[in-house]
Structure formats: structure tokens, C-alpha cells
Write a protein that binds this ligand. Structure first.
Ligand SMILES: Cc1ncc(COP(=O)(O)O)c(C=O)c1O
Length: 377
């Protein structure tokens, strides 16, 4: 009997330490990590820059409320934004970043109708859960937040048909992560942005899973050549410390005047010290280009080794965010891989998801693929 609510399906395995791209369980068994703790520990488990920054901040001051100036928040915002036309709001998780986006869309547009997509995932709090286009996530929780319209992903005709004067915004992922690692089509994304701009509809991109270097650029929206009105972030931003962020264009930001929205812990000093160190590491020359290169190597290797296998249907993704659609329950693959010493994830109904730390070497990626192949024979 556990003292914990049974809302998670936990494997019978506990990780007690980690270093680089490896985790160690209570029995001393070492695992090569292809999960980054669901896209969080993007720099691995003991990145020296992040560790040092957090240790230093722990000695100085842990928390100061958002009633005072916060130069660490300013610094992280500057690292996230640079020359782009945004301002940042900090919170503690992806769902909170999306809550902020939903509230900002409604307040800035004066409209309550927001388009999201079938099989999306935006979080578990009421607003983000209601934005999520999956009935199983809405569950038996009673009335959800009204105003959401769920449309088929990658389909322009239904999107265009749904646009009317009541739509205030669109919230979407560029790769549906939890939904099964489904990348958006370039032409569709370009057309969605164009229609939004023409009609004055706000475009919010949920980069909670795709952002912070996961796909080889700081934001995946850069690769799609779009400039969203709002970007939401979390997961990799704190490399394990809880940090979420919403970036909104300066024109929109004014809709959140003092007292409109907030968070006690949002932008917490210790979390910000981690975020700043993460962004410094990502800004090192060639770091992101190397992620892109490793992403190409990984995908090419997977296509060569796994696609010919009977149990493999499709391989898709961008950078180091890869989904392998399989004919067997993906949870079986996860368990077989764990027993062979590699941590992988599932997504959707039939997808094995790989989110390796961005710092893994090509050799480590090759090792993981070889073990994955064994588990799919
Ligand atoms: C795209 C996306 N948005 C939002 C969330 C929710 O983030 P959190 O669990 O930090 O609230 C997730 C989590 O998996 C996600 O993948």
C-alpha cells in the first residue's frame, strides 16, 4: 500500500542517481537514457554549468516574490528572446504556461473561442485540459472550460471552414508529442499562420516539448519559418527544476497589466539560475547545430535498421524528438528496453518515443538503436 494517489502507472524501478546520459537504479543497474525524464533533462543529469549555477544561487537567496525587481528573470527572458519582439511571463510548468496563453488570448482578443487540434496535449489543469483535443484527458471531470473547437491536425479545409469572427486564437503544437510524435506539415503551418494574420486571430504555439533545443533550434517555430504571437515553454528550460514560460509579443503583453495574472513561485530564483545556465549551454557555438546533426544521424540509422522490421510501421520526428510507430503495444518495448538497460517512452496508442538528452554522443545513440532493434525483432 502506497501513501501516494494512484494517478500514475509507475514501473517497478527507482532511479537513485544520474550522470551525463545515464541513470542508475536502486540495485546499481545503469541505464542509457533515451527519455530525458520526458524531455526535461535535455542536458543530462549532472551538467556542470547548470549544477554550478544552482549551487551558487542556493548559497545566495532561494526566493523573492514577484513584488520586487528580479534581474535573474530579466536575464533568462533576454536569453530566450534576444532581438525578437517578445516579453516573458514565468511560471512553473507547461500547463501553467498554456493557462497564461489561453487567458492572454481571451483578454487581448476579447473573444472566448479558441481553436485547438484533435490528439493535442496541452496539460492537466482545467484550461489546458479543456484545450487538449482528447476525450480521455477530459475524463469524468464534469463540464470542461467552454469555447474550444477541436479540429483535425494537418487539415487546412476544416481549419479555414472553422474561422469566424468569434475565434480569438489558435493553440497548437508543431509536433504533437503525447499524441504520437506527429509533425505538422510545413504547408499547413504556413497557411494557418497566414489565415490567422489576415483575420487578426492570435497564433499560440505550444513548444513545451519541442522547445529549448529539442529539435536542433531553440524553438521549432524557427524551422517552420513562422513568428507566433505567443510561445509556451517548460520541460527542458530548467533541466529538471520546474520552470515554465510564456512569451508574448510586446503588442499583446500589455493586456496583462498588474494584477491580471501571476504565480507565487513563477520565476523562482533557483529555477531561474538553472534556466539561465541551460540557455547559456545551448548558446555555445555549434551546440544546436550539433543537435540537428545528431538528429539526422539518429533518424537515418533508425530508418536503416528498424524500418525493414515487421513490427515497425513508421519513423517520424525532427531533431532528437523521434516517434517509432509499432504494431505491438509500445509499453512492451519500454519494458524490454529497460531490462536491456535503455530508458525509452511511449506516445499515443502505438508509438515508442525517443527524447534522448541533447548531449548524448553519436556512439551512445548507436548503442541505443542497436538495443532497440533487438527488442523489435
Ligand atoms: C506539448 C505539451 N504541452 C503541455 C504539457 C504539460 O506540461 P506540464 O506537465 O509541465 O504541465 C506537456 C507535457 O507533456 C506537453 O508535452
Amino acid at each position: 500500500m502506497s501513501y501516494l494517489l494512484p494517478n500514475y502507472q509507475r514501473a517497478n524501478r527507482e532511479f537513485v542517481s544520474g550522470s551525463g546520459g545515464y541513470l542508475v537504479d536502486g540495485e546499481g543497474q545503469q541505464y542509457l537514457d533515451f527519455s530525458s525524464g520526458i524531455g526535461v533533462a535535455n542536458l543530462g543529469y549532472d551538467h556542470p554549468t547548470v549544477k554550478e549555477a544552482v549551487a551558487k544561487q542556493l548559497e545566495k537567496l532561494w526566493h523573492t516574490p514577484n513584488l520586487y525587481q528580479n534581474s535573474l528573470q530579466e536575464q533568462v527572458a533576454e536569453q530566450l528572446i534576444g532581438e525578437k519582439n517578445y516579453q516573458a511571463f514565468f511560471c512553473n510548468s507547461g500547463t501553467e504556461a498554456n493557462e497564461a496563453a489561453l487567458k492572454l488570448i481571451r483578454k487581448a482578443s476579447g473573444k472566448a473561442k479558441i481553436i485547438t487540434f484533435i490528439d493535442s496535449f496541452h496539460g492537466r489543469t482545467f484550461g489546458s485540459m479543456s484545450a487538449t483535443g482528447q476525450a480521455k484527458i477530459h475524463g469524468d471531470f464534469g463540464a470542461i472550460v467552454p469555447g474550444f473547437v477541436y479540429l483535425p491536425y494537418n487539415d487546412l479545409a476544416t481549419f479555414e471552414a472553422a474561422l469566424d469572427d468569434e475565434v480569438g486564437g489558435v493553440l497548437m503544437e508543431l509536433i504533437q508529442g503525447e499524441g504520437g510524435v506527429l509533425p505538422a506539415k510545413q504547408e499547413w503551418v504556413t497557411a494557418v499562420q497566414k489565415s490567422c494574420q489576415e483575420r487578426g486571430i492570435l497564433l499560440a504555439i505550444d513548444e513545451v516539448q519541442t522547445g529549448i533545443g529539442r529539435t536542433g533550434t531553440l524553438y521549432l517555430s524557427e524551422q517552420y519559418g513562422i513568428t507566433p504571437d505567443i510561445i509556451t515553454l517548460a520541460k527542458g528550460l530548467g533541466n529538471g527544476l520546474p520552470v515554465g514560460a510564456m512569451l508574448a509579443t510586446k503588442e499583446l503583453a500589455g493586456a496583462f497589466g498588474p494584477g491580471t495574472h501571476g504565480s507565487t513561485f513563477g520565476g523562482n530564483l533557483v529555477a531561474m539560475s538553472a534556466a539561465s545556465a541551460v540557455l547559456t549551454a545551448l548558446a555555445a557555438p555549434d551546440f544546436l547545430a550539433d543537435v540537428k546533426r545528431k538528429g539526422h544521424v539518429l533518424k537515418a540509422l533508425l530508418e536503416e535498421e528498424l524500418l525493414p522490421l515487421e513490427k515497425v510501421v513508421d519513423i517520424r520526428g525532427i531533431g532528437l524528438m523521434i516517434g517509432i510507430e509499432v504494431t505491438i503495444p509500445p509499453s512492451e518495448v519500454v519494458e524490454a528496453m529497460a531490462q536491456a538497460g535503455v530508458v525509452v517512452l511511449t506516445a499515443g496508442h502505438n508509438v515508442v518515443r525517443l527524447l534522448p538528452p541533447l548531449t548524448l554522443t553519436v556512439e551512445q545513440l548507436k548503442t541505443g538503436v542497436a538495443i532497440l532493434k533487438e527488442s523489435l525483432l
